[in-house]
Write a protein that binds this ligand. Structure first.
Ligand SMILES: Nc1nc2c(c(=O)[nH]1)N[C@H]1C(S)=C(S)[C@@H](COP(=O)(O)OP(=O)(O)OC[C@H]3O[C@@H](n4cnc5c(=O)[nH]c(N)nc54)[C@H](O)[C@@H]3O)O[C@H]1N2
Ligand SMILES: Nc1nc2c(c(=O)[nH]1)N[C@H]1C(S)=C(S)[C@@H](COP(=O)(O)OP(=O)(O)OC[C@H]3O[C@@H](n4cnc5c(=O)[nH]c(N)nc54)[C@H](O)[C@@H]3O)O[C@H]1N2
Ligand code: SF4
Ligand SMILES: [Mo]
Length: 738
């Protein structure tokens, strides 16, 4: 492993490690360590596909060695949230946490403990994983359903295809004749490290690429030959109108439809307006989407004629009111053109391509005692294996704040009394941040494991300093589904008094009266155990030495290859064994917002809602180039590259006297944020965008000077679980000088 490399510089050891925040990647870093300090990073320059780190990973020294790292355990003094803390010893801090946990368990039962395990660390050993196991051994906890990232696409993928494994190997895009990147911006969001490189090759090969996005993204600018701006929240209308053109002009793949799908006729009834009298023509969609009817019809014809073609429906448009409908409609368009199960085609869906199989059950299991015996919640896909856990003991992540405030009286499964926060900037990253502050204020106890004093840590009663992945060892699987693992060798000792989440559990478990269990074992033994349960990690020592294991596949992945060829012998994993354009399972839900065939519906914060009279701008809260969520927010190099701002079209700016670079207020009934305006043609009129993840920082009047997007987003979700983070109506005005 730690090879000495005299060619680099005297006394430097190169440690193969990596980066594994929740950023769309998981990349190789090779740390040059001298005298116990990392002096520079390199990345993968080995065999293709290379797992090359992005700008954020390369800047990791500024995060690791930041003067703002939490250095020792802290205990709140003064009001919760005031931000005043005193330094305490680890013993004092852990005794306090253990005694509060025992008290709360005794008084209210385990379901009163809310576990906010976030996405900050994506390694398989550290972060929330050991804490979840500890809480489970302690008698259980309440947790969320409704993952902000993808609950809509997941619901759609499961209900259409019965699985989340719907992707093809990334380089299969080179076999496509047309690539439609719908609400998908991997030039910023990575979506596995080889994606941008592949898109560059696709472009070089002369394959036509189209971007459909209200913003002229870096992806559109770099790769696409055509940008189609579309009004947010209306994509379903355009997809449905494309299907109308295809069916009307008989461009569908009828053979594929007959062999592999159910419900095409019902879908045609909807398209042709047989049930509601409204044919879903391009003209109908133009009025809704602002996309010219000719553009819609041309893209439909092009997509149907350019077989194989890849329609990649990103998750951003699905992180919105009725996001499930958009994802379902995209899946159905892929299916009716027969682009499923073939090279160069794409099924869309959830889009995981590769995933290893666990050969034995993990140590952490899914036996949370609090969920035992709870019936499935309404609208869950409880008849399908592999969807979101349908337990009605869980609380949707958009409603946790409301649940904390109202409890059982508000119809929630329990009364929450404490939050155990690990690797999550919960307040900042969940909708309606101002409500979140109130909710956290109402709890009896809050403990936070963190690396920095985030807006959430500030609400802690006890804050425990955690080390980073440079200071411990771990294994990380890919973000979405490329075939590789990275092994993160510990590069330097833990800084200050910080410890890993695992070490914290090791010290806390005995205080909670729990046996040593897994926490007593050395890190490497645990990692060997994790690796041994994977059928594709055949050489642990080599992976550890090289810092990466690239799984060689016998052939590139094309999801549903067998199913599409011979659905009789290889049924799709749905209830009918076919792709479900019409879903009986959805029909049984009898929910007006879950039609059994996908369809366009308006909603309470749509462009045409009454509220738009007061708040006429549609807010997008896209994932930001220089941060992974709120992580890296406080890294100076990242701030320099792209300062935080609100994107606004010159038309909208002019009518509001907003000037480029000047401070503006973005507001609605939920709150007000203040940040500089970026006046740009790169966003369509009527739409503004605030990258998610900037740190909430309210002044004495409650104006958030940090520019946290979630001050403005609604704590709401669609019946299938989609978050509404891209469906907030707002207004903008120049900030008052003060
Ligand atoms: N740099 C960076 N990369 C990341 C992350 C990060 O925080 N920072 N986070 C990672 C994680 S955890 C996730 S889940 C993924 C998320 O990946 P995505 O969900 O794909 O990312 P977003 O940026 O939210 O959305 C993608 C695009 O959708 C567009 N969009 C939003 N609403 C609409 C709409 O109504 N219609 C259309 N057509 N387009 C719309 C946005 O303008 C944006 O360009 O990203 C991952 N990658
Ligand atoms: N408006 C809006 N909000 C969004 C989104 C959106 O598109 N729009 N996207 C959503 C999505 S897709 C996601 S996934 C969520 C992500 O939301 P979060 O999971 O809250 O992600 P982060 O904001 O990155 O916060 C992670 C925290 O973990 C800490 N951390 C890192 N490593 C460790 C570790 O090893 N141990 C511990 N204890 N802490 C660690 C970091 O310092 C950081 O503060 O945000 C969601 N929020
Ligand atoms: S932030 Fe993500 S994409 Fe960038 S280096 Fe780290 S793991 Fe890779
Ligand atoms: Mo996410």
């Amino acid at each position: 492993m730690n090879q000495q490399d005299g060619g680099i510089s005297e006394g430097v050891t190169i440690v193969p490690t990596g980066c594994c925040h929740d950023c769309g990647g998981r990349c190789v870093l090779r740390a040059h360590v001298k005298d116990g300090r990392i002096i520079r990073f390199e990345t993968d320059h080995g065999s293709q596909p290379q797992i090359r780190a992005c700008l954020r990973g390369r800047a990791y020294r500024q995060r690791l060695y930041s003067p703002d790292r939490l250095k020792y355990p802290l205990r709140r003094v003064g009001r919760r949230g005031e931000g005043r803390f005193e330094r305490v010893s680890w013993d004092e801090a852990l005794d306090e946490v253990a005694s509060q946990m025992k008290r709360i368990k005794e008084a209210y039962g385990n379901s009163a403990i809310f576990f906010a395990g976030g996405s900050g660390n994506q390694g398989m050993l550290h972060g929330p994983i050991p804490v979840g196991a500890m809480l489970q051994a302690f008698g259980g906890y309440t947790r969320i359903w409704g993952v902000a990232s993808y609950e809509g696409p997941l619901f759609a993928s499961m209900s259409t295809y019965g699985t989340i494994r719907t992707g093809n190997s990334r380089d299969d895009l080179l076999n496509s004749k047309l690539v439609i990147m719908w609400g998908w911006n991997p030039a910023n969001t990575v979506w596995d490290p080889e994606t941008s490189f592949t898109l560059a090759r696709v472009r070089e090969k002369g394959i036509r690429m189209v971007a459909v996005d209200p913003r002229y993204t870096d992806t559109a600018a770099t790769f696409a030959g055509q940008w189609i701006p579309i009004r947010p929240g209306t994509d379903t209308a355009m997809l449905v109108a494309m299907a109308y053109v295809i069916v009307n002009e008989k461009l569908q793949d009828q053979d594929f439809i007959d062999r592999c799908t159910v419900g095409f006729e019902s879908f045609c009834d909807y398209l042709l307006g047989r049930d509601d009298g409204v044919p879903k023509t391009p003209g109908w969609a133009e009025a809704i989407t602002t996309v010219p009817a000719e553009t819609i019809a041309a893209l439909a014809r092009d997509y149907a004629a350019s077989k194989p073609a890849a329609l990649i429906a990103g998750w951003g448009p699905a992180r919105a009111a009725l996001g499930e409908q958009y994802s379902r409609a995209a899946n159905v368009l892929c299916a009716i053109t027969g682009n499923v199960g073939i090279q160069g085609g794409y099924a869309s869906g959830f889009m995981r391509a590769y995933s290893s199989r666990e050969t034995a059950s993990g140590t952490h299991g899914s036996g949370n005692p609090v969920e035992k015996g709870a019936p499935p919640r309404p609208n869950s896909l409880n008849k399908l294996r592999g969807g979101t856990n349908p337990s009605s003991a869980r609380i949707h992540s958009a409603k946790v704040f409301d649940a904390m405030l109202k409890g059982r009286a508000g119809g929630y499964p329990t009364d929450l009394k404490m939050a155990y926060v690990v690797a999550s900037n919960f307040i900042n990253q969940h909708p309606n941040t101002n409500l979140g502050v109130q909710a956290f204020q109402a709890l009896e106890f809050v403990v936070v494991h963190e690396q920095f004093m985030t807006p959430t840590a500030k609400l802690g009663d006890v804050v425990l300093p955690v080390n980073t992945f440079m200071e411990r060892s771990d294994i990380a699987p890919p973000w979405l589904g490329s075939p590789y693992y990275i092994y993160l060798n510990k590069a330097v000792d833990s800084l200050h008094e910080s410890k890993s989440d695992l070490e914290i559990c090791r010290l806390l478990a005995p205080r909670l009266g729990l046996p040593e269990g897994i926490w007593g074992l050395p890190e490497e033994d645990l990692l060997r155990g994790i690796a041994a349960r994977r059928d594709d990690i055949d050489d642990f020592d080599r992976m550890k030495a090289e810092g990466v294991l690239k799984v060689r596949l016998a052939e590139p992945i094309v999801s549903f290859r067998e199913e599409a060829r011979d659905p009789e012998s290889h049924p799709f994993p749905t209830l009918t064994g076919r792709i479900e354009i019409f879903s009986e399972h959805l029909a049984e839900m009898k929910h007006p917002s879950i039609p059994p065939v996908p369809g366009y519906l308006s909603h309470e914060e749509g462009y045409d809602a009454p509220l738009a009279g007061k708040y006429p701008l549609q807010l997008l809260t896209a994932h930001y180039k220089t941060r992974a969520h709120s992580t890296w927010h406080n890294v100076p190099w990242m701030r320099e590259i792209e300062p935080h701002s609100v994107w606004i079209n010159p038309n909208d700016a002019e009518s509001r006297r907003v000037r480029d670079g000047e401070l503006v207020d973005v507001f609605n009934d939920r709150g007000r944020i203040r940040l500089p305006a970026k006046v740009t043609e790169r966003i369509m009129p009527g739409v503004v965008s605030v990258g998610q993840g900037a740190w909430y920082d309210p002044d004495e009047r409650g104006v958030d000077r940090g520019g946290c997007a979630n001050v403005l987003t609604a704590d709401a979700h669609s019946p299938g679980g989609a978050h509404h983070m891209n469906s907030a109506l707002v207004q903008i005005e120049p900030a008052l000088l003060d």
